[in-house]
Design a protein around this ligand. Sequence first.
Ligand SMILES: Cc1ncc(COP(=O)(O)O)c(C=O)c1O
Length: 390
Amino acid sequence: MGGDMTGKFGHGMRDLWPLEPGAIHLNHGTVGVTPNEVLAAQWAIKQRIEAHPARFMFRDLKPALRAAADRLATVLGGRGDDYVFTDNATSGVNAVLRSARLGPGDEILVTDHTYGAIVNAARYVCEQSGAALVTVEIPFPINDDAAIITAVENGLSERTRLVILDHITSHTGIILPLRRLVDICHSAGAQVLVDGAHAPGAMALDIPLCGADWYAANLHKWLFVPRGCGVLWASPAVQPDLHPAVISWRLGEGFTAEFDWTGTRDPSASLSLPAALDFMDRLGGEAVRNYNHDLAVAAAAMLAERFAGPIGAPAHMTAAMALGPLPENLDPSQEEAGALHDHLLYTHNIEVPIIARSGRLWARLAAQVYCQMSDFETLADAVEGWAAKK
Ligand SMILES: Cc1ncc(COP(=O)(O)O)c(C=O)c1O
């Protein structure tokens, strides 16, 4: 693979991934799909580890992780030593939440678009500490940033200690106006944890420039790293009080030392990061982002036209995932969403999340360079067939 790949985006790319022939995969967002050559690099790393396991784990691992973090910083901004690897975004968020010193009267602010697992973690630390969990509502569909800013402003109080902001919301695919929100939260005296699970690889991103205190993300979604690779960035000011959710040998030895060893685990996903970035570089990171964005937006517009419904969010608030409306005669319940999802998967071999929200069903359309418009048209045909029987 080499040269300009942009013209080859679409089904011509599929051989670079181990996707099942015939499967229509419109759900890159959920757990990613690792390219073949990155899987091969990961296998080579596993063999290198097994050639001398204790030497690798206790001597070679730390410098290898630090080198990978330095490489990551060239893509996501800032210094390698402000990044640590986690198994996933959930564990990065848990590290921050479990390190927070909260007490009765304190508040954590989330939105009604916050990912459910993260809400659970926030609720848990609130219950343990006596703090309160405050949820603000962001309207959906949405046309501009104003409603988001107003919702967060209205949810802040002098008791708000921590605000959790998605960079790209999971179920609704909206890019939040992060820098403005962070500034508003800081002005109100609250710290900000960003859940950027979907951001690296899906949108242009400089993490330190977001201005937050912590930024947790996944690299195994849109950056082509094998599954089980998250990252946690922390501003130097908050690092001394930040500990992994799993405490191990290096407690008290500093941010990178504590996170670089959280017990014996398989580090091969994180160490495959350079191979994933090489792959992305050859595709062209900006070309990938632009193709995915344009395809997701066009696919949502196609569903909106075909089923006479609204689009979820305007193009400038969309990265590589967009919600397309489904026919209005479908029951907007979780049960119907689950039944339609399973019908699409098991009858048509189409994997796509179906979301019940704001009184209708939506398909969350994730575009990746191995997808093309005909995939989304096949989805629309299959949904139409389902709706016709209702
Ligand atoms: C916004 C958001 N946060 C957190 C997560 C959790 O990711 P993981 O299961 O890799 O920890 C996801 C997963 O899709 C997500 O969309």
